[in-house]
Design a protein. Sequence first.
Length: 99
Amino acid sequence: MRAFGTEISGNRMRNGELSVHQRDYILAQCEAGCSTKEIATAMFCSQRTIQKTIQRWNTTSTNNSRPRAGRPPILSWRDRRLLLRIAKKYPKIEYRKLL
C-alpha cells in the first residue's frame, strides 16, 4: 500500500509488467547492497516482485521480457504495411484482387 502524501504514478498499472528500466534499477540497487524491502518501498511494489526479478537475473542473466504465448501473427509488419498502402491507393478494390 502507498504511504499518505506520496506521489501516485500514472505510468504503472496495477499488476502490470515492470519495464526494462525498472528492472535495471532493481538490479542496480541490489548490487549497491540495498535490501529487497528498501527497493520494494522505493518502487511501490511487493518484495516478492523484487525477489523474482533478482532470481530471474541470477538464473537467465537477462532482464528482458519473455515471449508471450499464443499464435504468431499471420502477416509480417511489412505485409500489413503493403496491404494498407494498396487499400489507401485503391479504396474500392475487391478482397479477391487484394490477395
